[in-house]
Ligand binder design. Structure first.
Ligand code: CA
Length: 220
């Protein structure tokens, strides 16, 4: 899952980024509101973690302009301002959730997981597909009742495919989700991850559509 982090405090920003990356998210980080708005309008993310006090364009104005474009991407606001009014204004401007600084990183992860679950239209925290059960919180995958340990990128790719069953996902989109702006990998990395997932969970799990991308069928 690819998250855009917009935070102008270098210490806090780098702490949040490394925390989220450690939790298995792909994170792209920008420090001003104007650059963030441009990125949001031109690229595709799964969620935004947005500070309110930002240079060039403040977080609430950014959010309003972004929503005015009709974009429904989940947005979680971070703010030092602990007033009820700020929270109300944030939510009324289109935020989906709100955390007040200082916050506990585990709470941030849990809120992000909840927002992504809603985005994927899932009622339960676990992702179930045939003999596969994937737990986004613990990052444990169970296959035919046995736990399978997956490297982070393989886990993220499996999660992406299972959240989009019946939908074709291009290699470009997969790479964007796995690496964001840090993409420096060989172009065959996705094939390698897919190969490993098929070896672990069966060939038939993932369909390749030549020249177009990959898909997990709607029903197992
Ligand atoms: Ca700030």
């Amino acid at each position: 899952m690819r998250i855009l982090l917009v935070e102008d405090d270098p210490t806090l920003g780098s702490g949040i980024r490394s925390g989220l990356e450690g939790a298995g998210f792909t994170v792209d980080w920008l420090m001003d509101g104007d650059g963030a708005l441009q990125a949001l309008l031109s690229e595709s993310f799964d969620l935004v973690v947005l500070d309110i006090g930002l240079p060039k364009l403040d977080g609430l104005s950014l959010l309003k302009r972004f929503r005015d474009e009709g974009n429904k991407l989940p947005v979680l606001i971070l703010s030092a301002r602990d007033t009820v009014l700020d929270r109300i204004v944030g939510l009324d401007n289109g935020a989906d959730d709100y955390l007040i600084k200082p916050f506990d990183m585990d709470e941030l992860y849990a809120r992000i997981r909840a927002l992504l679950r809603r985005k994927a239209d899932r009622a339960t925290p676990l992702v179930n597909y045939g003999d596969l059960v994937l737990d986004p919180a613990t990052r444990i995958v169970t296959f035919k009742g046995k736990p399978v340990v997956l490297p982070t990128k393989e886990f993220v790719l499996l999660h992406l495919l299972l959240d989009n069953t019946g939908r074709l996902i291009s290699r470009e989109k997969i790479e964007e989700r796995l690496y964001g702006w840090r993409l420096t990998v060989e172009s065959n990395t996705t094939e390698v991850h897919i190969h490993h997932l098929r070896k672990k969970f069966g060939k038939e799990l993932i369909i390749t559509v030549r020249g177009a991308g990959y898909m997990v069928p709607k029903t197992a």
